[in-house]
Design a binder for this molecule. Sequence first.
Ligand code: PMP
Length: 396
Amino acid sequence: MSKILDKFLNENLEELRNAGLYNEIDPVEGPNGPTIKIGGKELINLSSNNYLGLATDEDLKVLAKEATDKYGVGAGAVRTINGTLDIHVELEKKIAEFKGTEAAISYQSGFNCNMAAISAVMNKQDAILSDELNHASIIDGCRLSGAKIIRVKHQDMDDLRAKAKEATESGEYGKVMYITDGVFSMDGNVANLPEIVEIAKEFDLITYVDDAHGSGVMGKGKGTVKHFGLEKEIDMQMGTLSKAVGVVGGYVAGKQNLIDWLKVRSRPFLFSTAVTPADVAATQGALQKIMDSTELHDKLWENGDYLKAGLKKLGFDIGQSETPITPCIIGEEKLAQKFSKRLMEEGVYAKAIVFPTVPRGTGRVRNMPTAAHTKEMLDEALAIYEKVGKELGILK
Ligand code: PMP
């Protein structure tokens, strides 16, 4: 190994480990359901994005197997050569139906979708106004586009209005976009889309909503944009197929001309092989289930409200959550990690989230209840939270 690389890696890894910031990965030995097995031990799982429990759904497993039998295990090529199977096209129609738009395009992941779509639409003559707590993939997509990035204070509509005015009236930029998460995954709060749309109309901003955590969760399952009835107003509805939908992939839904453009200008669509037939079939089935019934959605919210009320009653700081995502904000990184470790020893898997995923000094354990949890599991988890919270002096 190169000496300089060796030195770089060792020094930086040591620094991270000493600061308690090195994230150790625990492999899961089986399905990622309401409980998971790690190190041979069964734990109550409060860390997955499998909001509706669809990642382990029996009907979807059958669809995935049938598609594998019919098409094989791989798509065989990138979408623009001959990796577009008929079921990829059907899936994109279903996504458009789900999102209430003219058309949609799918990608291999939510992360590469943000990289692809932002950089296909914006370029170095443009400016992007971006909420300061936007997801890493949005930040990377903005950087890749070469556009001027203007950070907007988190959910601060006065700051957005002022910066939109400045950017559009300066004459320095071509297009100006505002981009935000629909649901912020670290705190569970929801973007103020009605006011965002008003400001966007005033300054002709392109609106881009990453609804990775809102789809399946908000708007009776159809997402944050639907929740506010703004399907016709938001230009680019981005989402992931890996969280509530339970499979893998990302998408943008919008007008036909937008999707036509993305099909010829977004690089992962052009240069990276399409998702597998099993993924596509399971995703189609999952979207259909979400559209057909709100049963899982309702159960998710019932469980979210229950856990949230329980944690609040115990005295945890649960921040500003408006969705089932419920953080317990601890503060100091090492304490958050110790809390998470003790929870795991006692039977709950709730991962600590620390800098750089969240700002320094706001380390937390984030709880993600799902539709698949039972009340008994949540009660057991709450009893463990109380025990460990008191033991570590987080609770009085
Ligand atoms: N956007 C947001 C807001 C996310 O939370 C995530 C996933 N962590 C992504 C995009 C990326 O999605 P995927 O996991 O499908 O790549």
